[in-house]
Every structure is written in C-alpha cells, then in structure tokens.
Design a protein around this ligand. Structure first.
Ligand SMILES: *Cc1c(COP(=O)(O)O)cnc(C)c1O
Length: 481
C-alpha cells in the first residue's frame, strides 16, 4: 500500500514538473517575457492610440487550454497580436480619453517582485516588512493630502472600491440606523451610487446640489438643502464632493463645503479618484485647498500617480473609523491589532489575502524620486491650460471653462446643423483615425468632447498632435456634411 502510493506520488511529481522550472528554464522564461515587454514599450511612442477589434481574432489557440504546455514564444506571440495590439493603447502618449495614467514601468517591476516573493501583506505577523511598507505608503499618501497624525488608509484595487470603503466607514460612523440624507452634484461618479447601493443605503434620501458655471458644487445650494432637511426632520448624513469630476475635472470648493459639513455634523467624503493626488504639486495643492478637512478621501494612484491599473487608495481622517468598520479576527489568525509596523491591512479593508500592492507604488517613488512625480503632475496641469488656450484661438471651438486640473471639456460650434451630431461625428472620426484618442460625455444633455491629459508620457508635441487632429477632423466632418 505505502509502496504503491510512493510510486504514484513519484509519477505525479514527474508530471507536474512544468510548474517548477529550474534556474535555467526560469532565466529563459524571464528573458522571453522581458524582451516581449521591452519590444512593446519600444513601439509605444509611434503606435496608434486605438486599433481595430478584429485583431483579437487574428490568431486562435486551439485548443485554448492545452493538456501539454505550449512553446512560450508562441504564447507571447499570441499576446502580442491578439491582446497587446487591439483596442485602446492606454500606454500611448496620445491617449487622452477617459482618465489615462500610462502605467509606469517601475511599477511593473514592483509587481514582478511582489509576485515572485509572494509576501503575505494582509498581516503584520506574516510579513512585517511588506506591511511596514504598505503603512509607510498610505502614510505618505495621507501626508500628500495633508491629513494629521491619526489618519489611516488602505490600498484598494481602484477608485470604486476606495469610494465604497469610505462610504461604509461613513455609514458605520454616522448612519448606523439609516435614514440619513446624501448630498452630491449631478457630476458625482456613478460608482458613488453603486457604493451606496452595496452599503445598503441605495434608498437614502438623495439631494442633487446645483453647480456654478464651472460645474462646481454651489455652497449656498448645499447650505439651503442641509437646512431644509433639518427643518423637515431629515438628518443630513453624507456629502460626497468632487476633487476633479470625470466630466470636466471640476474641483468643488472643498474648504467651504468642509466647514459647512462640520457645522452640520455631516460626514464629508471627497471623491478624489481623478484629482486628489494633484495635491502633490504646489499648483494642484492650491486648487485642492480644504481636501485635508474631509472625513475621508478616495484616491487613484493608477490615475494621478501613473501606476498600471489596479491601485486605488482610501484615507480616513480619523483612522479609528476604518478600523471599526473593517477589523475582524478569526481563530485561525493570530491576535491582531497594532504592532510596531502599524496596523495590518486586513484590519482596514474588506479584503483578507491580497496582492502586495504597495510595492508597485513604493518602488517608482524610490527609483524615480518624488520630485519627478511632482514635475509630471505640474506639466500635465500646464499642458491642459495650453490646450485650452490654443483651442480658444481655433476657429469655431467653444473651449469651455478654464480647466481646474487636467481635463478640458469643449465643443465645436458648427455654423449650421445639430452641434451634438457634429461633435459626435468629430469624435468618431478621431477614434477611427486612431492617432489621438479623446472621449466624449453629455453635460446637461449636450454632447461635449473631453481631452484628459494625464499620462506621464504625454508632452507638448502630443498635445499639439491633438490640436492638429481636431483641426483635421473638423475639416473632414464638414466635407462629409
Ligand atoms: C476613475 C474614477 C472613479 C472610479 O475609479 P476606478 O479606479 O475606475 O474604480 C471614481 N471617481 C472618479 C472621480 C474617477 O475619476
């Protein structure tokens, strides 16, 4: 019996060998993957910012999930043709749609190292070095925002989960029995609705607060709404303000809103997924004055610190609230709580086992230095102002309000015909041309174009490219009309 088992075990061990490549095989696999990545990056500067979908099916792997492993080169080829090429090139310097970020190479190396050592970053006891680094990174983010000692935070998969985490903390701290009212503008990101729904507050009384001509929350309108609710016996619970709306990059008057919220005992959450981290550079810091007074802030290092997708962050001014909502213990986990490296990430977030996310943020800050990030952000803010100024000089464009941050929301005003249809055709032309990628939105029913400048790779010549593509596009759409 035992001998039979031993024989079977040896057989299985031989069969599973492809999962344990030896040193030489690891080196070959590693070189193959690194060459692939470097070749990809070499073509980024000149490649289109958008490519046809048909390329997804340029090759097929048959069967897709083979019993025996494939030649690694064939697998990388498949990825190059059918994954790397088709669709949006979010790494392109000419990608200015949605909210770009670019994807820092240093972060990719951080991911590789984190995955190779596979440190367990959920608990301080399992990996004190990794947890210290996570806590140092969230403390650094809290410092960027201007939070005092006592703040806590955690790295999430993105901004949506950061907003959700904050809203759960706000619920537990200030709306445990429900019934409290929520205040946003019509420009709040849809993930706020999702978060309220998931947090069991989807039916909370909602007030849509009016905005000024630059799409920022009106403090007077907010004050009226808060007072009206109180007069009617409805308890104001949560204000969600924006540090950079998705539509136009507008930053609400955060300091005034924060003072109002304090007076009324309302939790102020700032959705800074796009704009909050501009607080790192002096120009952005000024626009964001007051963000440090918010009870919680959602951030997205995969936008404004240029990381590859997969890293958001939530910060709570009084860190106790985050711990109260998310710390948990179980018998199979050693007693938790504070340690000399700080709290364990698993006590500050709904997650238990997680990717060691901090390394992809910490590593580029070490290797490139903070000053480079600060300069890149300031460059993007200036590029947006440059784009806006140049657009004002171009015939027929309504450049829209001056950008608070790095998104410009603008329209072409055709001399005749439906302006919405014209701008939609203009955008479609740009997307099909594939040189410069912009995006569109509807603001108060009007189709509006957006140029979002945030990739670390986007520089002056690329913004000039965008202006030229727009001029070319207008001529083409007019020709076809
Ligand atoms: C991007 C964004 C979100 C959502 O963040 P994800 O990282 O996409 O989940 C929320 N709010 C704002 C303002 C954003 O820009």
């Amino acid at each position: 019996m035992i001998e039979e088992l031993q024989h079977r075990i040896e057989q299985l061990r031989a069969q599973m060998r492809p999962l344990e490549p030896d040193g030489g095989a690891r080196e070959a696999l590693g070189h193959g993957a690194l060459s692939h990545a470097l070749a990809y990056l070499d073509q980024v500067p000149d490649a289109p910012s958008n490519r046809p979908w048909g390329e997804v099916f340029a090759h097929r792997l048959d069967p897709e999930f083979p019993e025996e492993g494939r030649d690694p080169a064939a697998v990388l080829d498949y990825i190059a043709t059918c994954v790397d090429r088709p669709g949006f090139a979010t790494t392109s310097p000419r990608f200015m749609a949605y909210i770009p970020g670019g994807g820092l190479f240093h972060s990719a190396l951080g991911d590789l190292l984190a995955a190779v050592s596979n440190k367990y970053s959920g608990f301080a006891s399992a990996s004190p070095g990794a947890v210290r680094l996570e806590n140092a990174t969230t403390a650094w983010l809290a410092g960027v925002i201007g939070y005092p000692e006592g703040a806590a935070g955690t790295l999430t998969s993105g901004g949506s989960l950061a907003n959700l985490t904050a809203i759960v903390a706000a619920r537990d701290a200030r709306d445990s029995d429900g019934g409290g009212a929520v205040y946003t503008t019509r420009f709040a990101h849809h993930c706020v609705d999702k978060a309220l729904h998931i947090a069991g507050r989807g039916r909370a009384p909602r007030r849509q607060i009016a905005t000024d001509a630059r799409y920022r929350m009106s403090v007077e309108a907010l004050e009226e709404a808060l007072e009206r609710d109180r007069a009617e016996g409805i308890r104001p619970w949560l204000v969600v303000a924006s540090a950079g709306t998705i539509d136009s990059g507008a930053v609400d008057p955060l300091a005034d809103i924060a003072h109002l919220c304090r007076r009324h005992g309302v939790w102020l959450h700032v959705d800074g997924a796009y704009g909050g981290l501009f607080a790192l550079c002096p120009e952005g810091r000024e626009t964001l004055t007051g963000i440090e007074l918010a009870d919680s802030v959602a951030l997205d290092p995969h936008k404004t610190l240029f990381l590859p997708y997969g890293t958001g962050a939530v910060l709570v001014r009084n860190g106790r609230h985050l711990l109260e909502s998310f710390s948990a213990s179980a018998d199979y986990i050693r007693p938790l709580g504070e340690s000399e490296v700080g709290p364990s990430p698993a006590d500050l977030s709904p997650e238990l086992t997680r990717h060691f996310r901090a390394l992809r943020l910490w590593l580029p800050l070490q290797m490139a230095g903070v000053a480079a990030f600060r300069a890149a952000q300031a460059e993007k803010l200036s590029l947006a102002r440059y784009f806006h100024a140049r657009l004002q000089e171009m015939d027929g464009f309504d450049a829209g309000p001056p950008p608070d941050l790095s998104v410009v929301a603008f329209r072409f005003r055709p001399q005749s015909g439906d302006p919405d249809a014209f701008n939609e055709r203009l955008l479609r032309h740009l997307v099909e041309e594939g040189r410069v990628m912009l995006s569109g939105t509807r603001i108060d029913g009007r189709f509006t174009l957006r140029c979002a400048i945030l990739s670390f790779r986007t520089h002056l010549e690329h913004v000039d490219d965008a202006l030229e593509a727009l001029a070319r596009g207008v001529a083409r759409v007019q020709e076809r009309a």
